[in-house]
Design a protein around this ligand. Structure first.
Ligand SMILES: *[C@@H]1O[C@H](CO)[C@@H](O)[C@H](O)[C@H]1NC(C)=O
Ligand SMILES: *[C@@H]1O[C@H](CO)[C@@H](O)[C@H](O)[C@H]1NC(C)=O
Ligand SMILES: *[C@@H]1O[C@H](CO)[C@@H](O)[C@H](O)[C@H]1NC(C)=O
Ligand SMILES: *[C@@H]1O[C@H](CO)[C@@H](O)[C@H](O)[C@H]1NC(C)=O
Ligand SMILES: *[C@@H]1O[C@H](CO)[C@@H](O)[C@H](O)[C@H]1NC(C)=O
Length: 441
């Protein structure tokens, strides 16, 4: 279907050769803006759904497979929390991207506000594509950019901001196609195009992105986001016939420093910054965490953990970890979560919802996680580790909550998602590459 439509399109529309070098326009320094927080009424946070979203992205067997029968017979989950599903493993293609471009201007920098939709369920930011202002999800756990667009059937775009390539004078089709399938069978697929993309005043002309003509219902229903800006390494860009550069890789040579920064906040507007590190946004000094980019992710080692004022332990399961703004939860080794919830009174693993739950009035201790090869540990305050109400204990009548930290068993690596990232100012640095991490202010 996609292939047929794609042939029709190529016949009707002109296209350009792949990977034409991107051109950059220098902009004023320090341009920034903020948006008001988007708040949607009637939204209920759903922990198991947040976990399913991670399965959708990375595949995996589902953490509930790795636990003995749980003792949750008297737990009544809210109806929307039922139906935990496992999924098959996805594999991501990987090859190197080679196109390079030279620029002489090195004075771009800018910040873009990031809006916490639904109390930190998802962080979205405005992006100008061919001058059209579209709210997108920045995703350091993938390398594809795609946007809900006017080629989709109108019933699929209801409630979304829709990019219309026909009303952009700078848009051009690019030969090729893209199709991303996720572990649970959800997908996006369509054509490739390029246009001027501007984020917080930092601009790339000829940014290549996907224009889906088919999206599965999971993306249609999520009206808070109208697509993704992938910010992992370009090597895992999944476009056909070959990988295209991410926005960040296109703009990095043109920046004062080859960095972008995240400061996600659940309590309001945070921001992503490009090209500069702002010391007024963090406390103390940045820890330098070395990154292994060979798998295309912002990947590092997390080898130790500490709960509350306790001693530090070595993590015995997987220590491989990625920083992923596109995943909501903090997913860590099974030994870490079982030790952590051992310190939370009334907590239990619920197979009904596929995760750890506890009475909502329980005190959550802080969780410190090692990052990198030094002794540095990043401390997530206990108050940041609660995720959402999930049901009721029918014996005690207590309202039960779903933890923001859950097991990564089934993925083979730990995922430091928004529940972790929103406590820190994080510098995604091409030098090294490395991550700079400090408590955000
Ligand atoms: C884009 O839209 C947001 C609101 O969603 C607004 O705050 C921002 O100023 C707009 N940006 C531009 C450049 O128009
Ligand atoms: C419900 O509360 C009872 C009494 O405290 C406890 O024994 C049981 O494990 C709890 N069940 C769940 C699923 O939390
Ligand atoms: C910054 O760090 C100092 C020393 O650790 C601490 O006393 C202070 O409360 C911190 N400030 C913020 C805003 O976190
Ligand atoms: C943790 O691992 C390090 C090196 O891998 C080792 O030197 C240390 O003794 C271990 N600590 C514990 C508590 O096992
Ligand atoms: C972090 O360390 C790496 C190598 O260890 C180095 O290349 C990089 O410049 C350092 N980053 C900062 C911000 O100091």
């Amino acid at each position: 279907m996609i292939r047929l439509l794609s042939i029709l399109f190529i016949v009707f529309l002109s296209y350009e050769a792949l990977a034409a070098p991107a051109l950059y326009r220098p902009l004023r320094k320090g341009k920034s803006f903020t948006v008001e927080r988007i708040k949607r009424s009637g939204y209920v946070r759903n922990g198991p759904a947040a976990l399913r979203k991670a399965y959708r992205k990375f595949g995996g067997s589902g953490s509930h497979m790795d636990y003995p029968d749980s003792n949750d017979g008297d737990f009544d989950p809210y109806p929307s929390s039922m139906g935990h599903q496992s999924s098959s493993t996805t594999s991501s293609s990987s090859s190197s991207s080679s196109s390079s471009s030279t620029t002489t201007d090195t004075d771009q920098e800018g910040t873009v506000s990031v809006t916490s939709v639904d109390d930190g369920e998802e962080f979205v930011s405005p992006v100008l594509i061919g001058g059209q202002n579209i709210t997108l999800d920045f995703d350091t756990g993938s390398a594809d950019m795609w946007v809900i667009n006017s080629e989709l059937p109108s019933e699929d775009t209801e409630g979304h901001e829709v990019y219309d390539p026909t009303s952009s004078s700078t848009f051009e089709y690019v030969e090729g196609e893209f199709e991303v399938e996720y572990g649970d069978g959800s997908y996006v697929a369509g054509y490739l195009g390029k246009d001027t993309v501007s984020i917080g005043g930092v601009e790339v002309t000829d940014q290549v992105f996907g224009l889906p003509v088919e999206v599965s219902s999971t993306f249609i229903e999520d009206t808070s986001s109208n697509g993704l800006v992938g910010l992992s390494f370009s090597s895992i860009n999944s476009f056909t016939p070959g990988p295209q550069k991410t926005f960040f890789d296109n703009v990095a040579p043109d920046l004062d420093e080859p960095v972008f920064t995240s400061r996600l906040r659940s309590d309001g507007v945070g921001e992503y910054g490009f090209g500069t590190i702002d010391p007024s946004l963090y406390n103390g000094t940045l820890a330098n965490v070395s990154v292994d980019s060979s798998n295309g992710y912002w990947q590092f080692n997390s080898k130790t953990f500490k709960v509350g004022d306790g001693r530090s332990w070595n993590i015995s399961d997987t220590t491989i970890s990625i920083a992923d703004t596109g995943t909501t939860l903090l997913l860590v080794s099974a030994d870490v979560v079982s030790y952590y919830y051992g310190k939370v009174s009334g907590s239990t693993y619920s197979s009904k919802v596929g995760g750890y739950i506890y009475p909502c009035d329980a005190d959550l201790p802080d969780l410190a996680l090692g990052m990198g090869e030094s002794s540095f540990q990043a401390v997530v305050p206990g108050s940041s580790l609660n995720y959402a109400e999930v049901g009721t204990n029918s014996t005690t009548g207590e309202t039960m909550c779903y933890g923001g930290v859950q097991s990564c068993a089934g993925y083979g690596f730990q995922i430091f998602g928004d529940i972790f990232l929103r406590s820190f100012y994080v510098v995604f640095d091409k030098r090294g590459p490395s991550l700079g991490v400090a408590t955000s202010i």
